[in-house]
Design a protein around this ligand. Structure first.
Ligand code: VOV
Length: 249
C-alpha cells in the first residue's frame, strides 16, 4: 500500500453560490427592499465581527456569467457554525430574493509534501502553519473557484504512486505557483469525504488575467497535465457590503 500524505486541517469552508431572483426583487416595494438590505447588512456586521475576533473569515464576490450571481465564502472553526450561518442567511429577508445555485463544503488543508526533512515538534504549534490553516481571506479584487480531483485511472492513478513520485511532482507544482507570489493567493481546501470533488481551489488576485496565466501554465505541469480533473470554474469581482447594497438599489 502506498503512503498517504499527512494533512493538517484548519477552518471549515463553505462556498455558497446564489442567483438573485431579479423578477421578484423588481416587484418588491421600497419598504420590502430596505428591510431585505438591512437584514443583509446586519448579518454582514456579524461576519466582520467574527473576522475581527479571529474566529473565522468571510468574503463576498459577484459571479460573472450565468452560473450564479454571488458567492458567500465563509471559513469557520466548526461545521456546525457553517450550518448556522447558512441557516441564518436563509432566514433573512434578503435570502428570499436569492436562489441557491451551487455550494461546496471543504476544509482548509496543508499536506506534508513540502515539509522540511528532519523538522521536529508539532507543526500545529507553528504560528506560520496556524496562519495558513486559519487564514483571514484576502480582500483582493477578484476570485476564481473550481473543484478538482486527482485521477484514479489504470495508467494514471495518483493514489497508486509512491510518496517520492508524488512529492517530486508537488515540488514542481509549488515552483510554478511561486512565480505568482504577490499576484495570486491560493487557498486549497480538502473535500474528500465532505463534497463531490477532492479539493476546492480558491484563487484571489487583483488582476483576473493572472488566473488564466497560472491555470494555463499549470496545465503543462505533470501533476495537472496527467492527474488533474476539473469541475466548473466560477470567477467574479469583490463586493463590500456597500457595493452589494448599492448594486441592489
Ligand atoms: C498560487 C500559487 C500556488 C502555489 C504557490 C501552490 C503551492 C502548493 C504547494 C507547495 C502544495 C503542497 C503543500 C500544501 O500546501 O499542501 C500545494 C498543494 C495543492 N495545490 Fe497548489 N499552489 C498554487 C496554486 C494551485 C492551483 C492553481 C491549483 C489548481 C491546479 C490546476 O492545475 O489548476 C492547485 C492545486 C493544489 C492542490 C489540489 C493541492 C493539494 C494536492 C495534494 O495532493 O495534497 N494549487 N500547492
Amino acid at each position: 500500500m502506498n503512503e498517504a500524505a499527512l494533512t493538517l486541517e484548519g477552518w471549515y469552508a463553505l462556498h455558497d453560490f446564489r442567483t438573485i431572483n431579479w423578477s421578484l426583487w423588481n416587484k418588491a416595494d421600497d419598504e420590502e427592499k430596505a428591510h431585505a438590505l438591512d437584514d443583509l447588512q446586519s448579518l454582514w456586521e456579524q461576519w466582520k465581527k467574527t473576522e475581527n475576533d479571529n474566529l473565522g473569515s468571510s468574503v463576498v464576490y459577484s459571479i460573472v456569467g450565468q452560473k450564479a450571481d454571488l458567492v458567500f465564502f465563509h471559513l469557520r472553526e466548526t461545521l456546525e457554525e457553517l450550518n448556522e450561518l447558512e441557516t441564518e442567511f436563509n432566514k433573512t429577508a434578503f435570502a428570499r430574493y436569492t436562489i441557491p445555485a451551487y455550494s461546496y463544503v471543504s476544509i482548509v488543508e496543508l499536506s506534508n509534501y513540502m515539509a522540511k526533512p528532519g523538522a521536529t515538534g508539532d507543526p500545529m504549534d507553528n504560528p506560520e502553519v496556524q496562519a495558513r490553516l486559519k487564514p483571514i481571506l484576502p480582500k483582493m479584487k477578484h476570485i476564481c473557484f473550481y473543484p478538482m480531483n486527482k485521477k484514479r485511472d489504470l495508467q494514471d492513478n495518483w493514489y497508486m504512486l509512491s510518496m517520492e513520485e508524488r512529492r517530486g511532482m508537488m515540488r514542481s507544482h509549488g515552483m510554478i505557483g511561486r512565480n505568482y507570489a504577490g499576484k495570486v493567493k491560493q487557498i486549497i481546501t480538502g473535500s474528500v469525504g465532505l463534497d463531490d470533488w477532492e479539493w476546492g481551489v480558491t484563487l484571489f488576485s487583483d488582476d483576473p488575467l493572472q488566473f488564466k496565466k497560472l491555470v494555463y501554465e499549470m496545465r503543462f505541469d505533470e501533476v495537472s497535465a496527467r492527474f488533474g480533473e476539473f469541475g466548473s470554474f466560477f470567477v467574479g469581482n469583490r463586493h463590500t457590503d456597500e457595493s452589494l447594497i448599492a448594486m441592489m438599489k
